[in-house]
Design a protein around this ligand. Structure first.
Ligand code: GCU
Length: 334
């Protein structure tokens, strides 16, 4: 697999050099667009991107073809974001921490217990006037956010159940690479060990970490349940992913093609969000059949109280506060 990754990276790099060579100021619009994702072929986001590609191709009379590279084939997310920025690949599905490291407003979504539930996340991203402004803010880094994708609710998993703060005390938990996650883990009494997605299996297996936290799809698809068989429904994070495109390419598209792309993306989002619920339920069944235990009696209120200080600290930042207030304005619990 690693040789395959290296080979693909070399090819895309060479392709970029060649493309840059013949661009001479004018953005080259390729016929085949490569899209990177760390998820498996059957993950709702991969299926949604494929669907987006089919619709885009159909609406433009076969002018474009979307090739999806799942399973981290083109590298970890941070690297594929750079590939998008440099025009080596056209698009990628990106986790929030990679975007929040450019624009602080996105840090809001890394706050634990921010959204009431997935429905709240959907309402916020699809109706709040803050969202288009926030999405536009990354154009200056040469990547444009076409849409959010839901990435479900994240739960802690380990070799033992985690029902409360006492259970989590002193545990080393893998998180994605984000300072906010590190602060969250220490507020919950554990210690965050940041690393990229592809490294987690070995880290749990070798005991470098005691566990990790992720949504149902990632827990199941990566087979982490085989080595960390307690999936405790801590529900501490509802954090989205994004579909991003190289900004120069997006802006260079003829107007009717850009509109076709927007329509394809709109339909892909509807599909992905719908598919998520069903997929999450199926993934839970899969891990149970594989021997994992779903721990439902978690004291989420206690966890929620423990991160109140972190909410106060983060909302001192005006960029976070603005987005935070907009999220709360769309909450049913307000
Ligand atoms: C999920 C999420 C990704 C994220 C990954 C991780 O799979 O969808 O965007 O990168 O978790 O924890 O690294």
């Amino acid at each position: 697999m690693n040789h395959m990754k290296c080979w693909l990276c070399c090819c895309t790099f060479l392709a970029a050099v060649l493309l840059t060579g013949c661009r001479s100021g004018k953005t080259h619009i390729p016929k085949v667009w490569n899209v990177a994702s760390i998820q498996t072929e059957t993950h709702p986001q991969t299926l949604a991107v494929k669907k987006m590609g089919e619709i885009f191709s159909e609406l433009t009379g076969g002018k474009y073809k979307i090739e999806v590279f799942p399973n981290e084939l083109l590298g970890p997310q941070r690297e594929t974001l750079e590939q998008v920025q440099y025009g080596i690949i056209e698009m990628a599905v990106m986790g929030n921490p990679n975007v929040s490291s450019f624009e602080q407003g996105f840090l809001t979504f890394e706050m634990p217990f921010l959204f009431d539930d997935l429905e709240h996340q959907k309402i916020f991203f699809e109706t709040s006037p803050v969202v288009p402004v926030l999405f536009k803010s990354t154009d200056k880094y040469n990547f444009t956010i076409l849409t959010y994708f839901t990435a479900g609710t994240r739960n802690i998993y380990a070799k033992k159940p985690v029902r409360n703060l006492a259970d989590l005390k002193g545990m080393k938990i893998r998180t994605a690479e984000s300072d906010t996650y590190a602060k969250m883990m220490s507020a919950l009494g554990g210690a965050a060990t940041p690393m990229s997605f592809g490294e987690v299996f070995t880290a749990i297996q070798s005991g470098v970490v005691d566990g990790a936290e992720n949504n149902e799809a990632s827990y199941a698809n990566t087979k982490h349940y085989e080595i960390a068989p307690y999936y405790s429904l801590t529900k501490h994070l509802i954090v989205p992913d994004y579909l991003v495109i190289n900004t120069k390419l997006y802006e260079a598209l003829p107007e009717e093609d850009r509109q076709a792309l927007q329509e394809a993306v709109r339909q892909a989002l509807i599909y992905e969000v719908e598919l998520w619920q069903q997929d999450a339920a199926e993934r839970l069944e899969q891990v149970k059949k594989g021997g994992a235990t779903i721990v439902e009696d978690v004291d989420t209120l206690q966890l929620q109280k423990a991160v109140e200080g972190l909410h106060k600290e983060l909302t001192q930042n005006p960029k976070i506060k603005e987005v935070y207030d907009a999220v709360k304005a769309t909450s049913k619990l307000k």
